[in-house]
Design a binder for this molecule. Structure first.
Ligand code: NAP
Length: 244
């Protein structure tokens, strides 16, 4: 089976490719804007150039594929750069819509999408609007699909939790997103990748979005506890919720 992983050079995509490569016989194709840059698989996966929102390059990458795993995100996110088209709506929203349409037209059987926690609720913020647009477009194609909605993903190479670990270690106080009561459920990138692998193969028994942000999730402030324990500066940092 030929499986294409868009954004396969990224934090999550890379781990997904590692897991997918464990299945003998599958052919894994990784898209990148710059496939000549070199990759961690040393030539053992096919690298193909493709750009978000570009039907031609995506079409070349998806030709002959049975499954597409879509994990593109613009560089330097979450900081948008509209002048360079690096926004959630452009890259994740419209870009996913194009990718799903191209995949459908080329006969791709299943589309696995890295959505995110909180999607599907009609929230107005750009990230949620982009995820909602992307999910709706995928459903409209009629392909089999898996919409995965992880919360905070950590692991080797992550630029999010590691940043907060840095804050915990070196700053006298750490920022809290929202009022500190918003729930998050950190999950290892390895578990996400295992889940993607499960959703990529075999029969599709479940099509409703798969979310890890369940009621057992921790409030932001509690999620800091392991960071603080593991950091040299534990005890020095205090958590300052923003004014309500
Ligand atoms: N990280 C999290 O905690 C988290 C949580 C929930 C959901 N997600 C979702 O998971 C997905 C992947 O996130 P990530 O953290 O793995 O992102 P990432 O590490 O930043 O990787 C994104 C990949 O997208 C590719 N890319 C960037 N701009 C592109 C463009 N214009 N055209 C084509 N490819 C482009 C890059 O590949 P090249 O540089 O090789 O082109 C890069 O490998 C996103 O949809 C994100 O919303 C992430």
């Amino acid at each position: 089976m030929r499986i294409v992983v868009t954004g396969g050079t990224g934090f999550i995509g890379g781990e997904v490719v590692d897991r997918l490569r464990e299945t003998p016989g599958d052919e894994i194709v990784v898209t990148s804007r710059d496939p000549e840059r070199g990759d961690r698989w040393g030539g053992r996966v096919a690298m193909v150039q493709a750009f978000a929102g570009d039907p031609l390059s995506l079409g070349r990458a998806f030709t002959g594929a049975e499954v597409v795993v879509h994990a593109i995100q613009f560089p330097n996110h979450p900081v948008e750069d509209p002048a360079r088209g690096r926004t959630y709506l452009e890259v994740d929203g419209k870009g996913t819509r194009v990718a799903a349409t191209v995949a459908k037209n080329l006969g791709v059987r299943r589309f696995v999408y890295l959505s995110g926690a909180g999607a599907g609720q009609g929230r107005p913020q750009p990230w949620f609007r982009a995820k909602d647009m992307a999910e709706a477009a995928i459903k409209e194609t009629g392909m089999e699909y898996a919409l995965l909605r992880p919360s905070w993903i950590y692991g080797p190479g992550d630029r999010s939790m590691n940043r907060f670990l840095f804050f915990c270690r070196y700053l006298p106080m750490v920022p809290v997103i929202g009022d500190g009561k918003t729930t998050v459920r950190p999950i290892s990138v390895k578990d996400v990748a295992r889940c993607v692998r499960m959703r990529s193969g075999g029969r599709m028994r479940r099509t409703r979005p798969w979310s890890w942000a369940d009621p057992s999730a921790s409030a932001w402030t509690r999620s800091y506890a392991p960071c603080r324990r593991s950091s040299a500066g534990a005890g020095r940092c205090s958590i300052i919720p923003p004014p309500s």
